[in-house]
Design a protein around this ligand. Structure first.
Ligand SMILES: NC(=O)c1ccc[n+]([C@@H]2O[C@H](COP(=O)([O-])OP(=O)(O)OC[C@H]3O[C@@H](n4cnc5c(N)ncnc54)[C@H](O)[C@@H]3O)[C@@H](O)[C@H]2O)c1
Length: 461
């Protein structure tokens, strides 16, 4: 490892940031230093890695679903649409949601799944079934880890919605449990499979952008109505805004951009610095929308509206990572890449290559030649069957294909942890005056062996 960041010890990182802090005269930083946890610390283990471990071969995949609200219902439909999945069990604390899911399964000509609707921990009974291959959780964030741990403990693969975990300890808990159980814990990051992301990945891997140097990633989505409208996600997703200040939802932007950088193949995230703006958007929205008597008017949001992190990779590359769900704005995951031979910017997707005319060319112009082979193969079926423009079906299709063929999964527990951990790391950095926070190497050095997957492939020169 030749770059400067791998060599930089935690001590020198802290010293560097303390010097920088002194220069810009932020006195509170000096006192904060002693409380900064060593986020890069790697716990000892006797477990073997799950990197490069294939699924056992399955003809059909027997699944249990936990949490079938907005997202879980969509996923149920996507996985059923692959035609190779039997849904044997559904769990939801809302019985009407579970029944709606069971109706969908029956409509597909399958036996009505068994329902588990007896409260917050009934997923444990579902996980204890011996006839499942996979348990998928699309519950609110706090339940992802308990469901995955239970599934793994009972010998099932676990698929989880995003983010896989919201604390550093829970990221490690998933890694350790997956390794101990010898079962995969996959964070089913659908944005990795979107058309533009896969096409750009295809072009990156063909060497068209040269060396990837800087990327942009985000979840910038006006969720003010979703957070407050009294049903669905508003029943849980607003509450972190009263407890945490950082980036709650890093994975949609970061996963595909990480892939452009050969994450866990030729590079990995090393450290981040993060800062948040003041909070303004959500409280102003609640004040404007709801009467004085509404209890939401008393809520105190502490999460800054726009959180911006800068990630440094082990190879010295940089990624800008943003989160804003509290303001009026069009949707964007930024999704950009500056390489040594070209640049890609999304929203709208466009490209500029070396020697161009100082003007971007729409990504579509490259589609005939460079659309990812997977989209060429199943894109039509995906657009017909899957949510979010087809990427959800493509994701389900790939999960099922990997299990049927007995190959390694496209994404593993190490990705789940590394894509999710900017949540807690950004909180820590914000709380400590934007100090650098180390990413733990969740693979414990194993990534350096260069395990390739369907998505993780080297750049062809
Ligand atoms: N990948 C994507 O594009 C995408 C899109 C939306 C949501 N999500 C993620 O999906 C997850 C769910 O989001 P949603 O929009 O479906 O929320 P939702 O509130 O619509 O659905 C959550 C469901 O989980 C159920 N539930 C809550 N606690 C439970 C428990 N202990 N056991 C079983 N069921 C429980 C609820 O009753 C509800 O039916 C979240 O992690 C969210 O971040 C991902």
């Amino acid at each position: 490892m030749s770059n400067e960041s791998e060599r930089m010890s935690r001590r020198s990182l802290l010293q560097t940031s303390a010097v920088a802090a002194a220069t810009v005269a932020v006195p509170s930083l000096v006192g904060a230093q002693s409380k900064v946890p060593d986020t890069g610390k790697i716990p000892a283990t006797k477990n073997k890695t799950m990197l490069g471990v294939p699924f056992e071969k399955h003809d059909r995949i027997r699944m249990g679903f936990v949490g079938v609200g907005g997202r879980g219902t969509g996923l149920l439909s996507d996985f059923l649409a692959t035609g190779h999945v039997d849904v044997l069990a559904i769990c939801d604390i809302d019985e009407s949601h579970a029944k709606r899911g069971a109706d969908m399964v029956e409509k597909r000509g399958q036996k009505r799944p068994e329902l588990y609707t007896k409260g917050d921990h009934d997923f444990e009974r579902l996980c204890a079934r011996q006839d499942l291959d996979v348990v998928l959780t699309a519950t609110p964030w706090d339940w992802h880890v308990p469901v995955c741990l239970s599934a793994l403990k009972h010998g099932h693969h676990a698929f989880t919605e995003v983010p896989a975990a919201t604390t550093l300890e829970d990221c490690w808990a998933l890694v350790n449990a997956s390794e101990a159980a010898r079962k995969h814990c996959v964070m089913i990051e659908n944005c990795t499979y979107d058309n533009a992301e896969m096409m750009v990945l295809n072009m990156v891997q063909a060497g068209l952008f040269g060396e990837p140097l800087h990327g942009g990633a985000a979840y910038n989505h006006d969720l003010r109505d979703v957070l407050t409208n009294g049903y669905g996600e508003s029943l849980w997703r607003r509450f972190p805004h009263m407890k945490r200040n950082g980036n709650f939802y890093p994975t949609h932007g970061l996963a595909p951009v990480g892939n452009y950088f050969g994450h866990h193949l030729t590079d990995r995230f090393d450290y981040l610095v993060s800062m948040s703006t003041p909070e303004a958007g959500l409280s102003a929205y609640v004040k404007a929308k709801f009467p004085e008597s509404d209890p939401k008017r008393k809520e105190k949001y502490i999460c800054g509206d726009v959180n911006t992190s800068l990630l440094k990779t082990a190879m010295g590359k940089t990624i800008l990572l943003q989160h804003d769900v509290s303001n009026c704005r069009p949707y964007s995951r930024i999704n950009s890449l500056q390489g040594s031979k070209g640049v890609f910017e999304d929203y709208p997707p466009r490209i500029y290559f070396d020697g161009g005319n100082d003007e971007y060319v729409p990504l579509d112009k490259y589609k005939a030649e460079w659309e990812h082979p997977l989209w060429k193969q199943v894109g039509e079926m995906a657009r017909k069957n899957g949510g979010h423009g087809g990427m959800d079906f493509i994701m389900a299709y790939r999960m099922v294909e990997c299990m049927r063929n007995g190959t390694v999964p496209d994404m593993d527990v190490y990705e789940a942890a590394a894509w999710s951990v900017p949540g807690p790391l950004s909180e820590l950095s914000v709380a400590h005056g934007s100090m650098p926070m180390k990413f733990p190497d969740f693979t414990r050095g194993e990534w350096k062996k260069g395990h390739q997957t369907f998505l993780r492939r080297p750049i062809r020169n």
